[in-house]
Every structure is written in structure tokens, then in C-alpha cells.
Design a protein around this ligand. Structure first.
Ligand code: ADP
Ligand code: MG
Length: 409
């Protein structure tokens, strides 16, 4: 299948050509015809499968084909984070370069000028607005946005938006939009709450779902059983003997991200973090430094594990085991994109063993458990049946060789 066979407008095909997209990915192949057909859709495919273009291309096509004039917002894309909004907007600029479509990202975080610029675009009715929920609401509440003729509402990374608590905000936005519109939902996963949201806001939707694929074969996966107190030393150990120009470390909480970054920096390592506490400009600077390999180690919560497009990472370290097994796949999908090999290493403390077992079930593969280097002392014993309990990540005070670990509740 080619993009031409999808009957996309010539101006859109030119953009694809300039971007170097040769043929549609499976999710693009399946969802573009549905969107071109003006049907509501819920489309699910894992990170990195090309969902952005899957919703942008048909919209760009319609704007080009119908020669829609500016003056009314045609398409509203809602995205959970600023980074993602920026990225969607960048892809939009590339894909839409040869079309008449105009666009504006609306994600705030900027100065007064930024707000004024956003206001103008909303007032003038740029074709496509890409924004985060909070910022969109602030603008919509002020009443100047030309939304009466809105044709497409797109929710990108819908699962992430619900995880981040945006349900009410999404509903607030939807209540201000014209009913006669096409609603398009994209998501990396399809948990029950996404089904429910789809039921609430879509009309007679088509469902397109590309089965979650196992992590790319090229990713070398390994796991260490380590107590929390051993994890930082373990990171340093892994960096010492390996040539790792580009590394992302995922940790479970913002506080851990901060502590870990500070600790790595104090050890003289080239590390920085991105977190929602940073100003937008700072976050972008750090991301860009990381992409251009000026920054070696990026520490993050899973905000960036989905959606954000950073290629060719040599290694991903899960400092903690992700809660959602599918997040594991998303995270390690950051490595070994393109054709390079990547490494994904997960640190498992006592409490996380059961969670890790669920990941292995999902990917139908047992991941190699590597023994801690002897200089770090002994780690916990491997016992995947063990369910997590409180505080078990700490090294027990009274450790018996071989015996312990059968706490039942
Ligand atoms: P998702 O939203 O599913 O995580 P993205 O839309 O961010 O994925 O796309 C992931 C990467 O794949 C991006 O770098 C994008 O430019 C690239 N890409 C998307 N579609 C194609 C295609 N048809 N051919 C080549 N590269 C593509
Ligand atoms: Mg995406």
C-alpha cells in the first residue's frame, strides 16, 4: 500500500515526500480511510507506530481538497503534554508544508506574548489548533475562539490524558464544541476507562486496533535484582564498563527523578531531568540537548515514555519496574528504533518482583536476570510469585541466607 493509494491530496503527498515517509504504517493504513470517510474512530496502536500522521494526514487532505479558507478553526487536537503538542505541531509543519493549512500550538508556559499570539490564532481561526487541556480551557473561557465551525476534534494519547486526570477538562472542552463534528481518538492502550470515554464522546465509532507487538527483537533485555539502596551504584557500574552515549532512566515518581538526577550530577555524570515542574523552555532545551547528544543521561518519569519521539537511544534503564506492563513495552521501545541495537535494563527490588512477572507474562518471554556485581553486595532473591508488600524494597535488617522471603498475607 502507498500513500497515493490512500488517495491523499497532491499537496499532502509532497509533504510526505519531503518528510521521507515512503509508505503508510499499519495504523495509518487502517485509520486514514476511516477518517477520510468522516466517521468517528477510536484507534489504538503502541508508541512509535506513526499515530500522529495517521490523524494529521486525512485532516490536511480535507483542508486541501475542500480549499477551506482560514477564519474558522477546522481541527482541534488535544494532547496531554506540552512536549507532545510541540511534536505534533512540528510534524504538522512538515506534513502540511505544501498545503494551505495554518496551525498554532497552544500549550502555554510562555510569556504574555505567547498568550497573545495564541489568542490571535484562535480569533483568526487558524485551520488546526494543537493544545493541552488546561491552556485550551483558559482560551475557550474567554470566548474569542472561532470554534462554531469545528469539523474535527482529535484526542491524542487519550490513555495518557486520563492517567493524568484530564477527564473533566476534556469534557469541559467538548461541551463548548459544536455537536456536528467528527471525533477522533488515538491511544496507545485500551483500558476499560478508554472504552468508556469512547462510548461517551464518539458516535457510532469504528474501532481500529493494531495488536501490541512484542518488543523489537533487537532490544537486549536484562534485569537486575537490587535493593533500592543499591540502584544508584548499579547505574554507575553499568556506565563504567559500557559505551553508552545516550541513556534514559525512568523512575516512578517526580521525587525520585529529582534525587537520582542530583546524585548522578554530584558524581560528575552528564545527567539532567525533565519533569513537569520545569518551565516549558527549560524542558525543550534539555530535550534538545539530549537529542543532539550533548546530554548523555536523561532522567524522567514516564511522561516521556509514550509519545515523545527520541530516536536511537542506546540504553533504557527502568530504575523501578513500571506499574503497567504495557508501559514496559513503551519504555523499552525507545531503544533500538530504526535499525540499531538497544539495551533495556530493569532494576527489580523485592516488592517489584510480582509486577515484573506480569511483564514477562505479557511479552511471553523470560527476561534474563543478571547477578549483581560482587562489589555491590547481594541483591534480593528471585521469587516472582511474591506479591509486593510495604517497605520490602528496603534491605531487610535481619537477612537470613536462603530462608526468608515467604511472607504471606
Ligand atoms: P506514535 O504517535 O504512534 O508514538 P509517531 O507519530 O510519533 O508515533 O511516529 C513515530 C516516528 O515514526 C516519528 O519519527 C515519525 O516521523 C515516524 N513516522 C511516522 N509515520 C511514518 C511513515 N509512514 N514512514 C516513516 N516514518 C514514519
Ligand atoms: Mg503519538
Amino acid at each position: 500500500m502507498t500513500f497515493k493509494e490512500l488517495k491523499l491530496h497532491e499537496d499532502v503527498l509532497q509533504g510526505l515526500d519531503a518528510m521521507g515517509f515512503e509508505k503508510p504504517t499499519p495504523i495509518q493504513e487502517e485509520s486514514i480511510p476511516v477518517i477520510l470517510d468522516d466517521k468517528d474512530i477510536i484507534a489504538v496502536a503502541q508508541t512509535g507506530t506513526g499515530k500522529t500522521a495517521a490523524f494529521l494526514l486525512p485532516v490536511l487532505h480535507k483542508i486541501s481538497e475542500q480549499k477551506i479558507q482560514e477564519g474558522q478553526i477546522n481541527t482541534l487536537v488535544i494532547s496531554p503534554t506540552r512536549e507532545l503538542a510541540v511534536q505534533i505541531d512540528q510534524q504538522l509543519e512538515g506534513l502540511g508544508y505544501f498545503t494551505i493549512a495554518t496551525s498554532m500550538p497552544v500549550y502555554g508556559g510562555g510569556d504574555g506574548d505567547g498568550f497573545a499570539r495564541e489568542k490571535r490564532a484562535l480569533q483568526d481561526g487558524a485551520h488546526i489548533i494543537v493544545g493541552t487541556p488546561g491552556k485550551l480551557i483558559s482560551h475557550l473561557n474567554l470566548g474569542y475562539a472561532k470554534i462554531d465551525n469545528l469539523k474535527h476534534l482529535i484526542l491524542d494519547e487519550a490513555d495518557r490524558m486520563l492517567d493524568m486526570g484530564f477527564y473533566d477538562d476534556i469534557m469541559k472542552i467538548i461541551n463548548q464544541l459544536p455537536k456536528d463534528r467528527q471525533t477522533i481518538m488515538f491511544s496507545a492502550t485500551m483500558p476499560p476507562k478508554i472504552r468508556k470515554l469512547a462510548k461517551d464522546i464518539l458516535t457510532d465509532p469504528q474501532e481500529v486496533s493494531i495488536a501490541i507487538s512484542k518488543p523489537a527483537e533487537k532490544v537486549v533485555q536484562a534485569a537486575f535484582l537490587a535493593y533500592d539502596g543499591q540502584k544508584i551504584e548499579l547505574v554507575k557500574y553499568l556506565l563504567r564498563d559500557n559505551d553508552v552515549p545516550s541513556l534514559i532512566i525512568f523512575a516512578s515518581t517526580k521525587i525520585k527523578v529529582k534525587q537520582l538526577t542530583r546524585e548522578l550530577q554530584s558524581q560528575g555524570l552528564n545527567a539532567n531531568m525533565i519533569s513537569s515542574d520545569l518551565e516549558q523552555a527549560e524542558r525543550l532545551t534539555i530535550l534538545n540537548e539530549f537529542k543532539s547528544k550533548k546530554l548523555q543521561i536523561l532522567v524522567a518519569t514516564d511522561v516521556i515514555s509514550r509519545g515523545i519521539d527520541i530516536d536511537n537511544i542506546d540504553m533504557v534503564i527502568n530504575f523501578d519496574v513500571p506499574n503497567d506492563p504495557e508501559d514496559y513495552i513503551h519504555r523499552i521501545g525507545r531503544t533500538a528504533r530504526a535499525s540499531s541495537e538497544g539495551e533495556a535494563v530493569t532494576f527489580i527490588n523485592n516488592d517489584d518482583q510480582y509486577k515484573f512477572g506480569r511483564i514477562e507474562e505479557l511479552i511471553e518471554k523470560e527476561i534474563r536476570k543478571v547477578k549483581l556485581p560482587s562489589e555491590l553486595g547481594e541483591g534480593p532473591e528471585y521469587n516472582p510469585k511474591r506479591r509486593g508488600g510495604s517497605g520490602g524494597g528496603r534491605r531487610p535488617y535481619n537477612r537470613k541466607k536462603g530462608g526468608g522471603g515467604n511472607r504471606r498475607r
